[in-house]
Write a protein that binds this ligand. Structure first.
Ligand code: SAH
Length: 215
């Protein structure tokens, strides 16, 4: 993998752009500055890798916009050693950012081709999450509970298993909505197990597909 001074320079500029858009978490900005986003995209898209935009990654899916990755990461308030469940591995870009933040990451993807591709690629550039091929709606009961859970696709509703698999004190970040746009939503599980809900405006994600919509 080549990550030269030109890539690093473009990345620095991208991080400044994201900071100007309101991301304040220094640890999040530093993580974005470290992850070589161009490696997660096909060669044809190299020139686009350091624009603040989502891009196609094959199988009808997208690599999330860097601002969105930063926004979701910041809402999670990751601290070193957090056990994090990610729904929607996709290109693995968000996964790499979580790993740079010091999280132990369990990531689920339901598209076999993407799962296979990313499971090869991420470890080859030094990122080692635990990969799972399966249905994000169900979470990972065998590995629960988690400190943090992140959904990187638009969910028509909040899956109960994900709320159940959150530790007391834990945070779930999930874009909720079945139309073209979703509302970025944060759930905090209080120590008495009640849930606190916060909403953060509109974002655009590819849909979190239910099993009957799978092809
Ligand atoms: N975090 C990714 C964004 C991927 S887009 C990145 O940074 O590249 C959302 C991903 O969620 C897609 O790869 C899609 O295949 C996956 N997905 C959709 N429905 C799913 C489900 N029910 N379970 C697991 N993954 C799902």
């Amino acid at each position: 993998m080549e990550d030269n001074y030109r890539h690093k320079g473009l990345r620095k500029k991208l991080v400044e752009e994201i900071r100007a858009k309101g991301i304040t978490g220094e640890n999040v900005l530093q993580a974005l500055e470290k992850v070589p986003r161009h490696v997660f995209m096909d060669n044809a898209f190299l020139g686009f890798a350091y624009q603040d935009k989502a891009f196609p990654i094959g199988s009808g899916q997208t690599i999330s916009q860097p601002y969105t990755v930063a926004f979701q990461s910041q809402l999670l308030e990751i601290t070193k050693g957090d056990k994090v469940l990610e729904i929607g591995t996709g290109s693995g870009y968000q996964t790499a950012v979580l790993l740079e933040l010091g999280a132990k990451v369990y990531t689920i993807e339901r598209q076999k081709a993407l799962y296979d591709k990313t499971r090869q690629m991420l470890p080859a550039i030094g990122y080692d999450p635990k990969f799972f091929y399966g249905d994000g709606y169900k979470g990972l009961p065998a590995f629960a509970p988690f400190d943090k859970i992140l959904v990187t696709a638009g969910a028509p509703f909040v899956p109960q298993p994900l709320l159940d698999q959150l530790k007391p004190g834990g945070r779930l970040v999930i874009p909720v909505g079945s139309g073209d746009v979703q509302v970025m939503t944060l759930f905090i599980k209080k120590h008495d197990l009640s849930l606190e809900k916060h909403e953060f405006g509109s974002f655009k994600f590819v849909p979190l597909l239910t099993e009957r919509e799978w092809k």
